[in-house]
Design a protein around this ligand. Structure first.
Ligand code: PLP
Length: 445
């Protein structure tokens, strides 16, 4: 049995422990929701204040040059690149994940069309994050293509010669199940299918090697594991073999080869630069930079490989402690135990029929009771569809309600994991979650 003392000893030996000092974490909070909104880097408040008061307030329009505002999307892209296996000048930080997906999926569909008119399908996972599916649905509708949604194990069979693009999220937002990017990309390429990878739950959470996998296009989120702040700019990567082939559809002036020539016609900038659209949100980009700076500070301590090792140790510990200490409450694991298939979160389901008067799984109320105790995770509603995956089939998209706990190794420690599970045990043992105030549904879950 693992004890609290064991967890404290692990923290004392953890070479990454000093990284927590780079963040502002409120007292009394164990934050297990960094996969939804990352925490505040300590440097961000002063950095944003400086951008506002000095760069904007005093230096005004000169700051585009004097503060190098103009190339901030490229500079941050280069800072981020090593985290995702991208090269120099292959990434820009800009726009939202949804918007960047629209750009890369459009470009991928244009490239696929060069292969002939036969490729009429886009394949994705039924349990992909909804915005990804909505963007793909809209594009397919616009172009008269078909969006085909499958379960993860059905992907290889779905990759036929009439498929243009395979669009996947590397780590599933619900289950935390992770695809083998290199293997899936190889399978797709064997039948001439291009790949688009969403790294929303991967960048800064697990090592990623886009170039090593030979991936085609990728996008990802700035406000989750990268700690860029609410609504932080996202990022976009295009393999150099594709970057110059097509205009992306949002051909705004910031992606122009010479924006300050003000010519009436569009001439795309070379490379990833053309994936910019319009004027960039400098204040938000400045905050994102503070999040990326922490990964620079992590590099001498072992960088992503060390962060990954700690993330797996944290999620292993959480799973073990839940199984040891919360047994008998109907919880099941919906995240793969296999390290090679696990991202940086753990997702639990709860057998139905245990709720108040058949009120459902209690997952929502358990999360609310934990939040009231300062343990912040989140809840994601099940789809209610008939097929189910919870038990014994970890990694398949569960249609059940889930309790979701993200573990950011930059600032979560082993004792935090112990304490989180102890709160969960108390909430379950005492039936605290049945209280009415924990059963009122809020707008944002
Ligand atoms: C969080 C997330 C997004 C968010 O998209 P926005 O455009 O920032 O709202 C998109 N895709 C996936 C897979 C995500 O997890």
């Amino acid at each position: 049995m693992t004890t609290l003392q064991d967890c404290r000893a692990l923290d004392a030996l953890d070479p990454l422990a000093p990284l927590r000092g780079h963040f502002t974490l409120p007292d009394g909070v164990i934050y297990l929701d960094g996969n939804s909104l990352g925490v505040l880097p300590k440097a961000a408040a002063a950095r944003v204040a400086d951008v506002v008061t000095r760069e904007w307030g005093r230096d005004l329009i000169r700051s585009w040059n004097t503060a190098s505002w103009f190339d901030l999307p490229q500079r941050l892209g280069n800072q981020l690149a090593p985290l995702i296996g991208a090269g120099r000048d292959e990434v820009v930080c800009t726009d939202s994940t949804s918007v960047n997906l629209y750009k890369v999926l459009s470009a991928a569909l244009n490239i696929a069309r060069e292969d002939g008119p036969a490729r009429r399908r886009v394949v994705s996972e039924r349990s992909n994050f909804p915005t990804d599916l909505y963007i793909a649905e809209g594009l397919c509708r616009e172009r008269g293509l078909e969006l085909v949604l499958v379960e993860p194990e059905e992907i290889p069979a779905a990759l036929t010669r009439d498929v243009a693009v395979l669009m996947l999220t590397h780590v599933n937002y619900r289950t935390g199940a992770m695809h083998d990017m290199a293997a899936v990309t190889t399978t797709a390429h064997a039948v001439g299918v291009l790949t688009v990878w969403d790294l929303a739950h991967s960048a800064g959470a697990v090592p990623v090697d886009l170039n090593g996998a030979g991936a085609d296009f990728s996008i990802g989120c700035g406000y989750k594991y990268l700690n860029g702040g609410p609504g932080a700019p996202a990022f976009v990567w295009v393999h150099p073999r594709h970057a110059d082939r097509f205009w992306q559809p949002l051909s705004g002036w910031w992606g122009h080869a010479a924006p300050f020539q003000f010519t009436p016609d569009y001439q795309p900038a070379p490379g990833i630069h053309r994936y910019l659209c319009g004027t960039q949100p400098i204040i938000s980009l400045s905050a994102l930079q503070c999040g990326l700076d922490v990964f620079d500070a992590a590099r001498p301590l072992g960088g992503m490989p060390a962060l990954r090792a700690k993330s797996l140790a944290l999620t292993d510990l959480f799973i073990r402690l839940v199984e040891e200490r919360c047994a008998g409450h109907g919880l099941s694991l919906a995240t793969p135990r296999d390290h090679a298939r696990r991202g940086s979160q753990v997702c639990l389901t709860r057998d139905e029929g245990l709720g108040v008067n058949g009120q459902g799984s209690g997952a929502y109320a358990i999360v609310q009771a934990l939040i009231a105790r300062g343990v912040i995770g989140d809840y994601r509603a099940g789809s209610g569809a008939a097929s189910d995956a919870g038990q014994g089939d970890a990694g398949r998209s569960p249609n059940k309600d889930i309790l979701r706990f993200g573990f950011t190794p930059l600032y979560i420690g082993y004792e935090d994991v112990w304490n989180a599970v102890e709160h969960l045990r108390q909430v379950l043992d005492a039936g605290e979650w049945r209280r009415p105030e924990f059963n009122q549904i809020h707008a944002v879950t």
